[in-house]
Design a binder for this molecule. Structure first.
Ligand code: NAD
Length: 485
């Protein structure tokens, strides 16, 4: 059969596409045109049951395989993803509205990186030997069992792989529920994993909104839940998982500070602030949306920023020249428009942008507010759109305190030519994923995740292994047992 770049049904369960038209239908919208590109069905309880029971049945044999054998399948899947990067990137662009000039370089390829990295690591997962005189303890690194992954809509392929790759490498099965806003690409990840040799049932994808996610999280057969989403959803999922003391990873929202000192290289600082606010039209959890600029460089920074934003190519996301696309949905666009209005009402100075573009697509201009104060709504709440808030500061001590004055703790960045100051400031940031003279890099080799309300656990890197496996320690006595009676 020729390769079909579209998913063939709503769900992928037990090694095959499945449809159950009894599930509530929902449309997938192309954000650039507001057109319906697919209609899927939410998972019924029958589909949820098939997904959980087939995953549970497949996991034992998978967990008993050698890590090298498991890893080979993951690495093969990574190769297939890279071969099909064009088709997968087009699908991701249609699903999310993100420009092809981004999806081609970042989305499927970062998924492939995760499969390759954890595939490579799988064969080296071991316990340890602890000598205690003549006796000894050894530890076994064992799978957790059945993991549930729940995704947000901004990086659908990446999230499906960032959760699936370490889970599978450690010998677990996964049931993954993508966001109902962007449900398509995770199905292709499942299809490709099975084409690469993954036994049926080990990576199932089922569709639906929060109710389907909640049904998965509350199922007693599930051992671990990894969520990428907002803080309110995180609270609900964490609480539901607590009922059975399930393991959790929470990758939640942020309102991260980006601190620019007077001595920073201006072009790099402006470039960093652009990457920290306007990539994926601002729909990135780790974005540095509170940009603290030291007074001496402020006007030069704003001038250069406005000049560079003028050169953004906003338009058809499938056109390779476009580098700024629409919001993922009408709802998200309206939420962001509400924040732009709030910024103006509360007295922030609109430097550039602020408007919706004409047409049916959900396009908003890249928007910059200056003279923002710490108590304004746009400086406190996660907007998840292309809205940068520029705040002034004078001293290092002051900016460190203000930067940490938030309930979130996902990321933080600093631009300065003084490297001691760079390390000193980052050392004091209450955040999990930080940057010095850079912003928003997320290589698979580095731990990614937040502190405070931004989450628990880490994705990527060797650290993720701790969150998808558990240790069993075995005490071995070589001599006689001495009991008191
Ligand atoms: P969301 O919280 O609305 O939804 C996330 C997922 O949870 C969706 O799949 C949704 O269907 C599901 N869900 C909703 N209610 C549920 C429930 N009660 N039980 C189980 N599942 C439920 O988030 P979103 O709008 O899709 O994504 C945007 C948010 O995600 C932002 O806050 C952003 O910061 C965050 N995010 C975080 C990261 C990270 O790695 N830290 C990455 C991307 C996005």
């Amino acid at each position: 059969m020729p390769y079909d770049p579209q998913p063939q049904a709503s769900h992928f369960v037990n090694g095959a596409y499945v449809e159950d038209t009894a599930g509530t239908p929902f449309d997938v919208i192309y954000p650039a045109t507001d057109e319906v590109i697919a209609t899927l069905h939410e998972a019924t309880s029958a589909i949820i049951e098939q997904a959980i029971s087939s995953a549970k049945a497949a996991q034992k044999a998978w967990g008993a395989m050698s890590g090298t054998e498991r890893g080979r399948i993951l690495r093969r899947a990574a190769d297939i993803i890279r071969e099909r990067n064009h088709d997968l990137s087009v699908l991701e662009t249609k699903d999310t509205g993100k420009p092809y000039s981004e999806t081609f370089y970042v989305d499927a390829t970062s998924g492939a990186d995760a499969l390759e990295y954890f595939g490579g690591l799988a064969g080296s997962l071991t316990g340890e030997h602890i000598q205690l005189g003549d006796d000894w303890v050894y530890t076994r690194r064992e799978p957790l069992g059945l993991c549930v992954g729940i995704g947000a809509w901004n990086y659908p392929t990446q999230i499906a792989c960032w959760k699936g790759a370490p889970a599978l490498a450690c010998g677990n099965a996964m049931v993954f529920k993508p966001s109902e806003t962007t449900p398509l690409s995770a199905l292709k990840v499942a299809e490709i994993l099975h084409e690469a040799g993954l036994p049926a049932g080990l990576y199932n994808v089922i569709q639906g909104a929060g109710t389907v996610g909640a049904a998965l999280v509350s199922d007693a057969r599930v051992d671990k839940v990894s969520l990428t989403g907002s803080v309110p959803t995180g609270r609900k999922v964490y609480a539901a998982a607590a009922a059975d003391i399930k393991h959790v990873t929470m990758e939640l929202g942020g309102k991260s500070p980006l601190i620019i000192f007077d001595d920073a290289d201006l072009e790099n600082a402006v470039g960093g602030a652009i990457l920290a606010n306007f990539y994926s039209s601002g729909q990135v959890c780790s974005n540095g949306t509170r940009v603290f600029v030291q007074k001496g460089i402020k006007e030069a920074f704003l001038k250069r920023l406005a000049e560079r934003l003028e050169t953004a190519v906003i338009g058809d996301p499938l056109d390779e020249a476009t580098n700024f696309g629409p919001m993922v949905s009408r709802r998200q666009m309206e939420i962001v428009q509400g924040y732009i209005a709030k910024g103006q009402e509360e007295g922030a100075r609109l430097v550039t942008g602020g408007e919706r573009l004409d047409g049916d697509g959900f396009y908003l201009q890249p928007t910059v507010f200056a003279d923002v104060s710490d108590d304004m709504t746009i400086a406190r709440e996660e907007i998840f759109g292309p809205v940068m808030a520029v705040l002034d500061f004078e001293t290092e001590e002051e900016v460190v305190a203000r930067a940490n004055e938030t309930e979130f703790g996902l990321s933080a960045g600093v631009f300065t030519r003084d490297l001691s100051r760079g390390h000193r400031v980052i050392g004091q940031m209450e955040a999990g994923s930080c940057f010095i003279n850079s912003y928003n890099d997320a290589p698979v080799e580095a731990p990614f995740g937040g502190s405070k309300l931004s989450g628990v656990g880490r994705e990527n890197s060797k650290a993720a292994i701790e969150h998808y496996s558990q240790l069993k320690s075995v005490y071995v006595r070589m001599g006689n047992v001495e009991a008191p009676f």
